[in-house]
Design a protein around this ligand. Structure first.
Ligand code: RFL
Ligand code: PHB
Length: 392
């Protein structure tokens, strides 16, 4: 058995795990990240594209924003279209004084990787059978195997940042863990294409199903279509994808969409899920390990960042003063923000997608909701405030 010791053992090297390691390092707290995949594999997963202004601020304060500030695109708001040509602009700048940044999660992950390499942090890749132990004691540890050898990391705390399919949440006893879930009866088919995107993000409610136009950079577009959970990726050749996109968007928007071959294509199921509490003993969960939201509100990555912000602050306070105040409050503080985002993402998902049993009545209710949103300044301000993200 190969043994080592650190202050915080971090399970999972996605955005949550790497950002936590970096923020702790800035305050002189040591950590080791243990990741199941190779770094290259983690970088190949195309995911989020929208960073809330609070997330942008955290990345800037942590010295992680050079490329984001050069290459990311600042937006004042986002558009929604429905009813065969109606359109509103959810003006975040007007209603909150903030903005958001279109910047791909893969680039943020690359920025974190390089920052951690620069200060010489440890990210163990391709760790198998990772398992936290003794989290209810003062001497927790994490075990894993790599290249056939067994390893043990002794630590003061374990941070479970290993996503929805991770192992950390499973060590919380069944009598303690409470789970809340909603599975939606559809998935999102996403493509990347090397074509100029539309200037704004445009969410679309259509009787044929939801669609979203987004972007990564001036020559890389990201589009999504609501599809059936039974659909296979092979049933969606590029021609069918672009044809369906142009049927869902109103004609004037469809005419502006530049089509081209896809360079990535995948289907993701959609769910809302929350695990409570986010802490048990010396194990603290952060990001998708504790909660999943439908991507409709663009909240998943931003919640991972806000969890990590709260958790890093709590751990830093502990190492500076020995105080448990922020650590004890972590789960409640994080969950308050999580449930707000869960509710908003659920609302936007429910308002914009076609549900199998909604019928004409359900379609008209959705359209009426969007008509009202577009004419009520008060409703618009509330929606803009939530899309912008609650302050930390
Ligand atoms: P991750 O990114 O899943 O990383 C977890 C890491 O843990 C590793 N792991 C393990 N490591 C060791 N031992 C084990 N047993 C392990 N099990 C797993 C995994 O290999 C992985 O590297 O979780 P994290 O760090 O919490 O980050 C969360 C975000 O990735 C996620 O919330 C977002 O991508 C969600 N999301 C979006 N969020 C936004 O804020 N804005 C968006 O615009 C947005 N768009 C999206 C999205 C997610 C999408 N998909 C594919 C679900 C669009 C899509 C299509
Ligand atoms: C994306 O660009 O991938 C994206 C943007 C907004 C969302 C979800 C995904 O709500």
């Amino acid at each position: 058995m190969n043994q080592s010791r650190t202050q915080v053992a971090i399970v999972g090297g996605g955005p949550a795990g790497l950002l936590l390691s970096h923020l702790l390092h800035l305050a002189g707290v040591e950590s080791i990240v243990v990741e199941r995949q190779t770094r290259a594999y983690v970088l190949s997963r195309v995911r989020a594209g929208v960073l809330e202004w609070g997330t942008v601020g955290i990345l800037r304060d942590a010295g992680l924003a050079d490329r984001m500030d050069r290459e990311g695109k600042i937006h004042d708001g986002t558009a929604i279209t429905w009813g065969g040509g109606k359109r509103l602009f959810l003006d975040i700048k007007q209603h909150t004084g903030r903005h958001f940044m279109a910047y791909g999660q893969t680039l943020m992950q690359e920025d974190l990787d390089s920052a951690i390499d620069r200060w010489g942090g440890t990210i163990v890749e391709e760790a198998e059978n990772v398992m936290p132990h003794d989290i209810e004691t003062d001497t927790p540890w994490v075990s894993y195997t790599k290249d056939g050898e067994e390893y043990r990391i002794d630590c003061d705390f374990v941070a479970g940042c290993d996503g929805y399919h991770g192992v950390s949440r499973t060590v919380i006893p069944a009598g303690v863990l409470r789970e809340y879930e909603r599975v939606y009866p559809f998935g999102w088919l996403g493509i990347l294409s090397e074509t100029p995107p539309l200037p704004e993000l445009i969410y679309c409610n259509s009787p044929r199903g939801f669609a979203l136009a987004s972007m990564r950079n001036p020559m890389l577009s990201r589009y999504y279509l609501q599809v059936s959970l039974e659909d296979d990726i092979d049933e969606w050749p590029d021609d069918r994808f672009w044809d369906e996109i142009s049927r869902r968007y109103p004609d004037d928007i469809a005419a502006d969409i530049v089509t081209g071959p896809s360079v990535e294509k995948s289907i993701a199921p959609i769910r809302s899920y929350v695990a409570e509490p986010m802490r048990h003993g010396r194990l603290f969960l952060a990001g998708d390990a504790a909660h999943i939201v439908p991507p409709t509100g663009a909240k998943g990555l931003n919640l991972a960042v806000s969890d990590v912000y709260y958790l890093s602050r709590a751990l830093i306070e502990y190492y500076a003063t020995g105080g448990w105040g922020l650590l004890d409050g972590y789960s409640d503080t994080a969950l308050h923000r999580v449930w707000n985002a869960v509710r908003f993402s659920w609302w936007l998902t429910t308002t914009l997608h076609r549900f199998p049993d909604q019928g004409e009545f359900g379609q008209r209710i959705q359209e009426s909701e969007l008509d009202y949103l577009s004419t009520s300044d008060a409703y618009m301000a509330a929606a803009a405030e939530q899309y912008a993200g609650l302050p930390l």
